[in-house]
Structure formats: structure tokens, C-alpha cells
Design a protein around this ligand. Structure first.
Ligand code: SF4
Ligand code: SF4
Length: 134
């Protein structure tokens, strides 16, 4: 996967508590992948304007819904994400992509809903994203 630099800047550097400058290469969580694939360049400023304040929607958004659309296909789910680890006892927060998507969802931003709806529409077509929102 080619990481788009503008998306790394927005989702990882600006919004993710786990961001490390020296680790911008290599694997990425599903929260990042969602925005890397579907965030149009024209929408980047709009997203910045929504996430400039302190983000709190991740506390409110339905966790099982977020699991279905992001976490269940995340390479960090097993052993790499305290937030999703049922054994973890300490305080934990989700990745930047999860936080930003929760924020857009709770503020009623329409394009993530449109994308997810399109992905859902690909079920049964043989498309690689078949079953995205099963
Ligand atoms: S956990 Fe995800 S959002 Fe955070 S820095 Fe890594 S790839 Fe970016
Ligand atoms: S919250 Fe954890 S499991 Fe879910 S997408 Fe982010 S890194 Fe992956």
C-alpha cells in the first residue's frame, strides 16, 4: 500500500496518539487505510476543520459498529491494539483513523456514510470489498 503523505500528516501526525516520526513507513492500521483509500484530496481541509478541536466522539460512537467497519480487518487487532484488547486493564485510546472517523460520523458528515453505503452495495458482485459491512 502506498501511503499518501497528506493522509499520513492528517490522520497519523495530526490526530494519532501513537504517531512516531521514524515509523511512517511499514504497516498501517485499518483506521489509516480507510482514509488513505477514500479521503479525496478536496476534503482534507474539511476534515482538519472538524478535528481541530479536542476529539471526543470516539467515546460516544457505537464500538461494535466501528469494529465492523474498521477494527475487524485491522492488522493490529490481535496483540497490537490495547483499545481492542479485552484483556487489557489500563486506560487506552483508539488510533487516529478511528478517532477521526468517529468525529465525522458524530458530526453528521455525509461522505463516510456514502462510501460505506457504496461498499455495502458491492456485496455479491465479486468485488474485492465484498461483504465490507456484513
Ligand atoms: S496507529 Fe494508524 S493512525 Fe496511528 S500512526 Fe499508526 S498507522 Fe497512523
Ligand atoms: S482502534 Fe485499534 S483495532 Fe481499531 S482500527 Fe484502530 S488500531 Fe486497528
Amino acid at each position: 500500500m502506498r501511503k499518501r503523505p497528506q493522509v499520513v500528516k492528517l490522520i497519523c501526525e495530526h490526530c494519532c496518539p501513537f504517531f512516531k516520526e521514524e515509523k511512517t513507513e511499514g504497516s498501517a492500521c485499518q483506521g489509516f487505510v480507510f482514509f488513505n483509500e477514500y479521503l479525496n484530496v478536496e476534503r482534507i481541509e474539511e476534515v482538519y476543520s472538524i478535528v481541530r478541536k479536542e476529539m471526543s466522539a470516539w467515546h460516544l460512537v457505537d464500538r461494535s459498529f466501528m469494529y465492523r467497519i474498521l477494527c475487524r480487518r485491522c492488522p493490529f487487532l490481535m496483540g497490537g491494539c490495547d483499545f481492542r484488547d479485552p484483556e487489557y486493564q489500563g486506560e487506552s485510546v483508539p488510533c487516529g483513523g478511528y478517532m477521526v472517523l468517529a468525529e465525522l460520523w458524530e458530526t453528521g458528515t455525509s461522505w463516510p456514510k456514502e462510501i460505506l453505503s457504496k461498499l455495502r452495495g458491492t456485496q455479491g458482485t465479486g468485488n474485492a470489498r465484498k461483504g465490507y459491512l456484513r
